[in-house]
Design a binder for this molecule. Structure first.
Ligand code: BGC
Ligand code: NOJ
Length: 811
């Protein structure tokens, strides 16, 4: 069943009923002021940090779902009837309703009682505010007398405290109201230099700033007393819960329209110029007034929207394709690229599944996310890489997370996830292939942000490699540490204390448990090091290659279980992910990563491993993490066995890992299988089963419930997941085969058999490549013509020409 449809031309998803299975959200903002917004205007904004600078309140886990948002009430002042044109929070039936989520904006349109409403929400590129453009059209035969009430509930900045520390919170709320603008200034009197503001272009007939005055005692946002009676009470918040509400009256002639602009913004003042007059407690508004005035002007708002739209056009324009498959096209051209940018901006901080108060930037997450956005924002990818590398420890290890505001490692989240440092190598390699900016390897970068410890980025990468080699276990495989990519495979944790963190507890010395996955990852990283070393001065390339070879041999010898790659050895030296195990016999991760590293491609092991995946792990909804699921808690395996079977790391379809199998299948030459797996989890291809999938059909979710769960096929944790980057890499670089490499742009498609080809435009290193791929035979052998001239191999050498045309024939 569907709840909407794609409008690819406008790059929008159009939701046609408000009661989607879950709130279907979008993101606003691209540099500092961010927000999430649902299809019924739920959600919240924040400035840079979703915990520490939360601007408005949102009630996670509330009933009904999705409470707290950018709400506007419409009231017919003749009849007293009122409704929300975004459906929530009043939830009165609307005669028509659509929500269009686009790139960086959301438009909600509806009609009720003959009044059409259109609300467009967006954040301009360079300023720290959001704009709500409200347009009302009177479709009645008579004039309409309406009141419009835009409203927001302010958060007292620290979202965690805001939901916990009520003995203080109920006494600190403060606002100012001046020239028709509401300023939220809680804690401004002391150490904060920032405040929020709420402004409205309409003539102000009334306002409220104290929540209870607006809602009335024991009432909710679904029927505020002020809206019901048609009048605000000009309340001034002191303590309790500051809100911003305006009432503006509109008389609209039949057929006519009226527009109102609403602004919600964040502003910082210089510390020594906070108050005006100095010495008073009144906010200095000289710095913010010009911004407010500017955006209350409709022409400025339109110009800001146009700039936002053209920025997104340019970003997604760097890779556009036309294939025979509509789902592939819209994901690559629009939604997967967009999701990659959202993960770049938000990491794992704020979504409907991430409350914004918890996790910082993951070391491994950020490195992998980069694979999906490096081609859109190479300069920002560079900065991100240097930030990440600066949190690396001198041992070569990594803080598992760092904080976005301070860019410092987060000691509380632990370290010793032994895969972490290797992802830095892969991310730097991807950046170099995309940009050719070899200078980055010489950039001085500190360890653990300690001044005086600066060393070239290249040394950081070497330490990443050495970190693995210094930590080999009894079989010569890498020791797993706290966990590897699978955060829940906690082989040294042995936790029997309720609530204890699986991520930071360790009850074993860690000298036994080994990871085959890290073995494969190491081979991949060491091969990239060798390639980078060749480009530098050639020195050390041999050393990295022989380290990769040695590890390959070790994986073959101790990491092969008979029909697939083993997952790990536990603290007792026993096999994990083996046919000899009662549960958890085969895991997806080592099959993907080992084949991607080339292990077993030459001797049939890769094929056998991938066939085992197909036989044991593949479902119509995607490939499960392992089988059989763990039916009980195992002390020696940790969090993985804490989940009920079929969810998350316990045999869920953890979508992040599926593209590794797609890539492995492509490397093994099987385009049909690679594309089949791609399609199984492609959200657009799952749109028809939205009642089962339930999450947004335009973005990837971290997980789809596996076969063992009663809800098999149901997605969770949409938006902020490494799934976005990896699927993008799998489809664009390995199935379509457009793959930047050190020497040139490789065109090495491994297509499904029934495709006759595709075309693509790819911008890379200042050159626009117009690519046409044509199938002339059933295989994967490519011959290239570059600007009409035949070129040996499958690689178009880098050039400084502005545009290059490539014809690739596949036989
Ligand atoms: C989740 C993992 C996640 C980890 C992060 C676990 O509860 O299952 O997916 O990586 O938390 O701390
Ligand atoms: C989500 C985490 O963000 C990621 O780092 C991890 O690899 C996966 N879960 C698997 O546990």
């Amino acid at each position: 069943m569907r709840y909407g449809h794609f409008d690819d031309k406008r790059r929008e998803y159009v939701i046609t009923r408000p009661d989607t299975p879950l709130p279907w959200i979008n993101y606003l903002g691209s540099t500092a002021y961010f927000g999430l917004i649902s299809n019924t205007a739920g959600g919240y904004p924040f400035y840079r940090d979703a915990r520490l600078r939360r601007i408005s309140r949102y009630r996670y886990n509330n009933v009904p779902l999705d409470t707290g948002g950018r709400y506007v009430y419409l009231r017919d002042d003749r009849s007293g009837a009122f409704w929300s044109p975004t459906w929530q929070p009043v939830r009165r039936d609307l005669d028509t309703y659509t929500c269009r989520h686009g790139l960086g904006y959301t438009i909600i349109e509806s009609s009720c009682e003959g009044i059409e409403a259109r609300l467009r929400y967006f954040v301009p590129l360079d300023d720290s505010l959001e704009i709500w453009q409200v347009t009302l059209t009177n479709r009645r035969a008579e004039p309409a007398d309406l009141s419009l009430f835009p409203s927001i509930e302010f958060c007292l900045w620290d979202a965690y405290d805001d939901a916990a520390n009520f003995q203080r919170n109920f006494s600190v709320g403060e606002v100012e109201i001046e020239d028709g603008v509401i300023y939220h200034k809680s804690e401004y009197r002391e150490r904060r230099d920032h405040f929020a503001y709420f402004a409205c272009s309409g003539a102000i007939a009334g306002y409220d700033t104290q929540r209870d005055a607006f809602l009335g005692p024991y009432r909710g946002w679904d029927n505020p007393a002020a809206v019901e009676r048609g009048a605000c009470s000009q309340s001034h918040a002191h303590g309790w819960a500051p809100v911003g509400v305006f009432q503006t009256r509109l008389s609209i002639a039949p057929g006519a329209s009226e527009s109102v602009i609403v602004l919600l913004g964040y502003h910082e003042n210089p510390r020594d110029d906070k108050f005006d007059p100095p010495g008073s407690q009144t906010i200095n508004k000289r710095t913010v007034r010009p911004i407010i005035e500017r955006y209350l002007d409709p022409a400025a708002v339109e110009a800001a929207f146009d700039r936002l739209a053209s920025t997104w056009d340019a970003l997604v324009g760097r890779c556009q394709v036309a294939t025979p498959d509509v789902h592939t096209n819209r994901m690559i051209n629009i939604w997967n690229a967009y999701q990659n940018m959202v993960t770049f901006n938000l990491s794992r901080s704020a979504s409907l599944f991430e409350s914004g108060v918890g996790r910082g930037m993951g070391f491994r997450d950020s490195n992998q996310d980069l694979l999906g956005f490096v081609h859109m924002v190479p300069a920002r990818a560079r900065e991100r890489l240097l930030d990440i590398a600066a949190t690396q420890l001198e041992s070569g290890g990594a803080h598992h997370q760092y904080q976005p505001l301070t860019k410092r490692g987060n000691a509380g989240a632990g370290s010793n996830f032994n895969d972490d440092p290797l992802w830095l190598v892969l991310a730097v390699a991807a950046y170099l292939k995309e940009t050719g900016d070899w200078g980055i390897l010489a950039e001085p970068v500190p360890y653990e942000n300690q001044p005086g410890t600066e060393a070239p980025l290249w040394d950081h990468l070497e330490r990443s490699i050495r970190y693995t080699l210094d930590r080999l276990g009894p079989h010569g495989l890498p020791l797993i540490g706290r966990a590897d990519w699978n955060d829940c495979l906690n082989l040294n944790t042995f936790s029997d204390e309720p609530g204890e963190s699986f991520q930071t507890t360790a009850n074993r010395d860690g000298h036994v448990a080994e990871s085959v996955f890290i073995g494969g990852l190491f081979v991949l990283a060491a091969q990239e090091m060798a390639a980078m070393a060749c480009h530098r001065d050639g020195a050390d390339a041999g050393r990295f290659l022989s380290a990769a070879d040695r590890m390959t041999q070790t994986v073959r010898q101790h990491g092969w279980d008979g029909a697939w790659f083993l997952r790990a050895y536990d603290d007792f030296g026993d096999r994990v992910g083996s046919a000899t195990c009662a549960e958890g016999q085969i895991y997806i991760e080592p099959q993907g990563i080992c084949v991607m590293a080339g292990i077993g491609l030459d001797n049939g092991l890769a094929r056998q491993a991938l066939d085992s995946v197909r036989e044991r792990l593949a479902t119509p909804h995607g490939i499960m993490l392992h089988q059989p699921a763990y039916t009980q808690y195992y002390l020696h395996l940790g969090e993985i066995s804490s989940y009920p079977p079929g969810y998350k790391e316990n045999a869920g379809i953890f979508c992040h890992t599926n593209p590794w199998i797609m890539i492995a299948e492509a490397m093994a030459g099987n385009g049909d299988r690679a594309f089949d797996y791609y399609t199984r989890i492609n959200p657009s291809a799952r749109e028809d089963i939205s009642e089962i999938h339930r999450c947004e059909p335009y973005v990837y979710a971290q997980m789809i419930a596996g076969r063992d769960a009663p809800t098999h096929g149901e997605a969770k944790n949409s938006w902020l997941t490494g799934t976005a980057a990896w699927n993008y890499v799998a489809i664009t670089q390995w199935i379509l085969g457009i793959r930047p490499d050190y020497d040139g742009l490789r065109i090495a498609p491994v297509l499904p058999g029934d495709w006759d080809g595709f075309t693509a435009t790819r911008v890379c290193r200042g050159t626009t490549y117009q690519i046409a791929v044509r199938r002339a035979g059933p295989g994967n052998t490519v011959s290239l013509e570059v600007d009409g001239q035949p070129v040996e191999g499958d690689c178009v050498p880098w050039t400084n020409r502005e545009s290059v045309s490539v014809v690739a024939t596949v036989r």
